[in-house]
Write a protein that binds this ligand. Sequence first.
Ligand code: PLP
Length: 389
Amino acid sequence: MPALAERVRRLAPSATMVVMKKARELRAQGRDLVDFGIGEPDFPTPEHVKRAAERAIQQDFTKYTPAGGIPELKEAVAHYYEREYGARFDPDREIIITCGSKHALYELALALLEPGDEVIVPTPYWVTYPAQIQLAGARLIPLETREEAGFSLTAEELEAALTPRTKAVILNFPNNPSGATIAPEALRRIVELARARDVFVISDECYDQFVYEGPPLSASTFGKENVVVTGSCSKTYAMTGWRIGWACGPPDVIQAMEKIQSQSTSNPTSVAQKAAIAALTGDQGCVRAMTAEYRRRRDLLVQGLNELPGVRCQRPKGAFYAFPNVTGLLNDSDDIRSCTELAAFLVERAGVVTVPGAAFGREGHLRFSYATSTERIEEGLERLRRLLA
Ligand SMILES: Cc1ncc(COP(=O)(O)O)c(C=O)c1O
């Protein structure tokens, strides 16, 4: 077979693979696993959203749409930012609908980055950023956030990492995997600093509604000139499989993304776009109910984790992840020297699935998703208690 492209061969396999492979093997043997590895809501998509998609099918709304999404959905997104964050976007020129926010971020990487450009990404980070930056030929500059500061970021920390080659910084608050949020004043100062230094702020806000202390926050409140925000129906409305996300930003950037989109996916799925309109414009009670449930689960999980010997867990303020420090469980003298080995040990010995922090650029931690029922959280904690006692 002729060789694969160099850009693919350079991509590192995901650090989660060892654990996931082990979990698959054990499941195949019939083991009951408590899965804290999941990265998506366990709630069903709300009924009124499903009905809107059914109507779209019945009405034959099943053909190509404009590449950047249908005008009614762009308007719904514009209305969302105005309602939630007081930010005004022109639906026609400043908003693009994409196949999930992951694809918006990939199009942004292709539209903005040149070889040699540096992109600052606070750690821990979502696993996809390094891969997308690499695929665009640019360089990832990891910026370690402080655990004591709840993995948040300050303008001073960002400033120290800026170089003349910095093209963009990717923010992700609430954060996957740490659940970190950022204070409004810190976010405002970061946006202003980036603007002064001619650096793009790419703000991945796909967990924006899942915050447990203070109201939701968006970089779009603090500036538009150098800011692109991405958002999604995936988590907010439990719609991961529908693949609807978006980006809002300067017209030139949005137009460049649209060019790429028209030559790659053509458009986001027609029926899913109609469903997304129902989600964004319909009753938001479902979002409040899911947020309240996540908060209960967070409290249960974090308290349980902090009671385990060798485990120290910051109280995450958003998203649906906890990111405990587990260095107290690592030991040079046995074969659990890294968080990846620890995660493999927990699956094998307790049937508890977690994701090693190394996957997110942060050794010494595990990610626990609490997008699972309180019964399963209690069961998982009980198994860990027994194993670590
Ligand atoms: C931080 C972060 N950004 C973006 C995404 C992508 O979500 P989607 O493409 O479904 O909008 C995810 C999904 O897990 C995520 O965790």
